[in-house]
Design a protein around this ligand. Structure first.
Ligand SMILES: Nc1ncnc2c1ncn2[C@@H]1O[C@H](COP(=O)(O)OP(=O)(O)OP(=O)(O)O)[C@@H](O)[C@H]1O
Ligand SMILES: [Mg+2]
Length: 359
């Protein structure tokens, strides 16, 4: 499986936004032809009246009648023209925006001209369609997010509740009592970690956290992260090989820690005892490249396609640990730092994450 995320350029949809409206000749030609025909007919009628009129009064009445008819016809032409060109699309826009204001995003306005001959209204129609699609996607993500958060909170809460009930049993042996207390502590730690991750992700997504860039040694930051997993790695019997260079960079140490800690934590979590891990950090021109490789369970192409989604956990045997927010956080942080992350994995053989960030 090979997947990855590059700092993507704007998608195809944005092309529509950049699309310009073109000047529509046909409607102006129609309007011009109608006005010219009316004016010509009126002048001819006027000439006719002048030649036929027997008195000045009759000629004046005839002229007045022609002027009135001419005004009525021109007003009608202008009304028809305005209705077709402006009122109808404006009404459609009003109806669409009113539906959106009421939370209905199933909107698809049909442009009135062919692509390439769009006028301003067609461009507005397309923009409204894109806006509705985006809002509807956000609405779906929001409700999915709420469902996921509720589910993730419910599990540790029910563990806490049932083990707390057990602690009420008076003659519970001390070792069972201690085990219950340990389970409650670990479930509440999980709950705390979940809330901390959600808040962090929320702040990152709402751009409430900005990178606090300063001069640092990226290699040093990575070494400290590796050290914090030393005990876990040793307890699991995983062999660790590191090749971490000192790389001077101007970056945010906290952001780098989020990236390194999550990648290392995953490598440890998804590698069985007896497995191996390799961690490196190298300078590459204007970038530094961090690699975290493990000989763990690897992942299928299906899993690989979703690992950066919030709450996604591909390997169900490990889903008791964590909430599936780690890589979502990593991706967001890398987006903000303007870097790239890629993953190369084979089921049953292991996984390599590579991160490239500007120094
Ligand atoms: N090194 C890896 N080896 C195998 N699968 C991995 C690896 N890293 C990530 N994955 C897959 O990607 C999924 C998402 O990873 P992520 O870090 O977001 O969540 P998590 O580790 O399950 O939970 P959390 O990070 O919140 O503790 C994992 O559940 C797993 O299926
Ligand atoms: Mg993780």
């Amino acid at each position: 499986m090979k997947g990855g995320k590059k700092n993507s350029a704007a998608g195809a949809q944005n092309n529509m936004g950049a699309q310009r409206s073109s000047f529509s000749f046909s409607s102006y030609i129609f309007f011009f032809a109608a006005v010219a025909a009316t004016a010509t007919l009126s002048i001819l009628s006027y000439e006719l009246i002048l030649s036929l009129a027997e008195s000045t009064l009759a000629a004046a009445i005839g002229t007045a009648v022609i002027l009135i008819v001419l005004s009525v016809v021109l007003t009608l032409i202008s009304a028809v023209y305005r209705r077709a060109e402006a009122e109808r699309p404006v009404k459609e826009i009003l109806r669409a925006t009113d539906r959106m204001a009421r939370g209905d995003f199933k909107i698809s306005l049909k442009p009135r001209h062919m692509w390439g001959k769009y006028d301003e209204y067609d461009v507005i129609f397309e923009n409204i369609n894109r806006m509705a699609a985006e809002l509807s996607k956000n609405e779906m993500l929001r409700s999915d997010f709420i469902a996921n958060v509720s589910h993730e909170i419910k599990t540790p809460l029910s563990v806490i509740s049932s083990y707390a009930q057990m602690l009420r049993i008076k003659d519970l042996p001390p070792e069972e009592r201690a085990a219950c207390a340990d389970t409650i502590v670990s479930a509440s730690n999980r709950l705390t970690a979940l809330v901390v991750d959600i808040l962090k992700l929320n702040k990152l997504e709402n751009q409430k956290i900005f990178p606090q860039k300063c001069a640092l040694n990226a290699g040093e930051v990575m070494r400290e992260c590796v050290l914090s997993f030393d005990e876990k790695i040793e307890n699991k019997g995983i062999s660790l090989d590191c090749d971490i260079d000192d790389v001077e960079a101007v970056s945010d140490a906290g952001f780098l820690e989020i990236i390194f800690n999550n990648l290392i934590s995953n490598a440890v979590k998804f590698t069985e005892g007896g497995g191996s891990m390799f961690i490196s950090l190298k300078e590459e021109g204007a970038y530094f490249v961090a690699t975290v490789r493990d000989s763990g369970c690897g992942m299928s192409a299906e899993t690989g396609a979703h690992i950066f989604d919030k709450f996604y956990q591909g390997d169900t045997s490990h889903s008791q640990e964590g909430n599936g927010l780690g890589l979502a956080l990593v991706k967001r942080v890398i987006d903000i730092l303007g870097g790239e992350i890629s993953v190369n994995s084979r089921e049953g053989e292991g996984t390599t994450f590579t991160v490239k960030i500007k120094k």
